[in-house]
Structure formats: structure tokens, C-alpha cells
Design a protein around this ligand. Structure first.
Ligand code: PLP
Length: 374
């Protein structure tokens, strides 16, 4: 018997978890515009604009700056499969879930991941990184997560990239949650390879991963002795499609409407200005923190390492984690995140990302939490 289905109408939620964040209405409107061919000259012009807007968002002049047609995990993979060859040593800093994924990527490329471990909720210890670099003069790259979404910690990307330069290795940065929300300067900080996601502080739809590679990283890719094991993520091939000036060659069919959406969200970021966007994320984080304190709730991370766009709230003793989150979702249409890994059941993750970083959301979240906790 054929089952009958009908069109899906999602509930209207307020997304204040670890992502996706709420999407700008203008972005949803852009998404719904008519699809055109991915090699249509008008679309090719749009691709060029997206590259330039991404260069602004990343603060870089890297010509190899573009969105991978897949989510942040594919951006992560694109960086590792292109830069790591069998036998390469990579130092990976881990203080949460996503550093662990970097390790797996290195190992799946046949490389050796040398781990610098720090407690979840604490930043990466620069002294340990220095000692590890000193002990391993032959490492190819230093990889770390700028904004650790699983713990709400902002690692010191500038200082870590300085260390990578001092020891003459590449820097690989996960900026999935930091792009658009925290200070990030790819050129000034000498970042060699970086990937992000569209569903966090850009307030775009999920499913694209902006990446950028420095000239130094490109030189390393060009000197590879093994072919990149992923056909789809081989940057040499992808650049034939996204490359500057040269005639575009078909590589894959770009997600045309998603690119409209990304273009619109990057325009909004450019119109606000990066500096102002970073400041807004910080301001709203402070007012959320003050409101939480009034409710008797504390944050996990020490003040100077806190990620403004993702607040780790310690769940008070005796409070049922899942029950609170379910009531917020069902009665207030408000999504907040659960803790991951060793922090599961111990924290809530409250996101203030992109257009969701607003006084309105701070107020709504605090009053809803207060009602549920009472
Ligand atoms: N890296 C970090 C820091 C993340 O927070 C995430 C997703 O939350 C990812 C990587 C993976 O991104 P995606 O879920 O878009 O594949």
C-alpha cells in the first residue's frame, strides 16, 4: 500500500543551540530565487563576488578562498586530505570534540597525529605546544580549533599561528564557529589553511564550508608526491571550477541556490562590518552572562577564554537536563544545546550566533529559562 505524505512545514523555532543558528529572512528569500545554470555567466559572476566577500570575512587576500559544496566537516577534510601525505607528522591540539576529529583526519591520510591534550573547558596550553614543537622539529603542520563548539572555549589562534611560523610549519585552523563572531585575521595571523561553516555566525543555511589556503599551503599541495585520495576535495581540481579568471571547467554542480544564500549572508556581514559584528557578539554574551548569574546559573569556562557565541552553562544539581531542554523546545519553541562527550548532562550550550546574537534573544532565553526552572 502506498503511504500518503504531505509537504513538510517546520515549526517556527528560535535556535539558540550550537548551530544551526537562525537564518536571516533575506537569506531565505535569496534561497528561493529561481535556479540558474551553474555555468551561466551570471552565476560565474556571483561565484566571483562570493569569493571576494569570503576574503573580507576571513580578512585575507588568498586567491584560493571559496566555499566547499558540503558542510564544515567536508571543509575540515579538504584541508587535511590536501595538506597531509602518508608519513607526515601533524601536531593536533585537542580540548574538545573537534580536535579529536582533526586527529582522525590526519590518521586517515596516513599521517601521524601528535596530540597536545588539554582539559575540556580549558584553552590549549601554549607552553605545551611549544614543547611539542621543540621535541618534533620535523612536523609539517600545527592544527587546532579556534572556537571549540563542544566546550565554549576560544583558543588563542594568533599566538598558536605565531608558534607555527616560529617552528616553520603550516597552521591549520578550524573556524567553523568563529567566522563572523570572533576576531579572526587570516593574513595578519599567517594562517595557512582554514575552514568554516555557514550555519553558525554567518546565519546562513547549513551545508557549505568556506575555506581559504595561503600561497605557502598551495606550494605544499603542488609538491605532493601522492595524489589526493579524495577526488571531490582535491583542491587542484576544485580550483578549475572556482578558479580566478581562467575559463571554468565543470567539476561538480554547485548548490546554486545555497550560493545565493551564502552571498546574501556575506553581504549582510559586510554591511554591518566585521568589527561591529564581533562587538555585537561580545555585548550580547555579556548581557546573557549577567542575566544567567541573576538566575543563579554559572558558566563553565573561565572569563578570559569564553566564546561569546557559545555559552556553557553549568546545570545546577538536581535539575533534569533533558526535561528542561524539552520544555524549552515544546513550550517556548526555544532550542538550546546539550553537553557533548564528557560534558553530557553537565552543561547546556546556549548559542548567540549571527542574527541570533540579539538583545531580543537574550531576553527571551532568560525569561523562558526562568519560567522552566521555577
Ligand atoms: N568544527 C567545529 C568546531 C564545529 O562546531 C562543527 C559543527 O558543529 C564542525 C567542525 C563540523 O561542521 P558540520 O557539522 O557543518 O559538518
Amino acid at each position: 500500500m502506498t503511504q500518503s505524505f504531505s509537504s513538510f512545514t517546520p515549526p517556527t523555532r528560535i535556535l539558540m543551540g550550537p548551530g544551526p543558528s537562525d537564518v536571516y529572512p533575506e537569506v531565505l528569500t535569496a534561497l528561493a530565487r529561481p535556479t540558474i545554470g551553474h555555468l551561466d555567466p551570471k552565476f560565474v559572476d556571483l561565484m566571483d563576488e562570493v569569493k571576494q566577500l569570503l576574503q573580507y570575512a576571513f580578512q585575507t587576500e588568498n586567491s584560493l578562498t571559496m566555499p566547499i559544496s558540503a558542510p564544515g566537516s567536508a571543509g575540515m577534510e579538504s584541508v587535511f586530505v590536501n595538506l597531509v601525505e602518508p608519513g607526515d607528522k601533524v601536531i593536533v591540539c585537542q580540548n574538545g570534540v573537534f580536535g579529536g576529529r582533526m586527529q582522525q583526519n590526519v590518521e586517515r591520510c596516513g599521517g601521524q597525529a601528535i596530540m597536545v591534550q588539554d582539559d575540556w573547558g580549558k584553552p590549549t596550553d601554549l607552553n605545551k605546544v611549544r614543547e611539542t614543537l621543540q621535541a618534533n622539529p620535523d612536523v609539517k603542520a600545527l592544527a587546532f580549533v579556534h572556537a571549540e563548539t563542544s566546550t565554549g572555549v576560544l583558543n588563542d589562534a594568533k599566538a598558536l599561528c605565531e608558534l607555527a611560523r616560529e617552528f616553520d610549519c603550516l597552521s591549520i585552523v578550524d573556524a567553523v564557529t568563529s567566522l563572523g563572531g570572533s576576531e579572526l585575521r587570516v593574513d595578519d595571523w599567517n594562517i595557512d589553511a582554514i575552514y568554516s561553516g555557514t550555519q553558525k555566525c554567518l546565519s546562513c543555511i547549513p551545508g557549505l564550508s568556506p575555506v581559504s589556503f595561503s600561497e605557502r599551503a598551495i606550494a605544499v599541495i603542488k609538491q605532493r608526491t601522492h595524489p589526493v585520495q579524495s577526488w571531490f576535495l582535491d583542491m587542484d581540481l576544485v580550483m578549475g571550477y572556482w578558479g580566478q579568471g581562467a575559463k571554468r571547467a565543470y567539476h561538480h554542480t554547485a548548490p546554486v541556490n545555497s550560493i545565493y544564500a551564502l552571498h546574501e549572508s556575506l553581504l549582510i556581514l559586510q554591511q554591518e562590518g566585521l568589527q561591529k559584528a564581533w562587538e555585537r557578539h561580545h555585548r550580547n554574551h555579556i548581557s546573557l552572562k549577567e542575566g544567567l548569574e541573576k538566575l543563579g546559573l554559572a558558566l563553565l569556562v573561565e572569563e578570559k577564554y569564553r566564546l561569546p557565541q557559545l555559552n556553557m552553562v553549568l546545570i545546577p544539581d538536581g535539575v533534569d537536563d533533558a526535561k528542561v531542554r524539552n520544555r524549552l523546545l515544546n513550550e517556548f519553541n526555544l532550542e538550546i544545546g546539550a553537553g557533548l562527550g564528557s560534558l553530557a548532562g553537565k552543561v547546556w550550550r546556549i548559542g548567540l550566533m549571527g542574527c541570533g546574537s540579539s538583545q531580543k534573544n537574550v531576553g527571551y532565553c532568560l525569561s523562558s529559562l526562568e519560567a522552566v526552572l521555577n
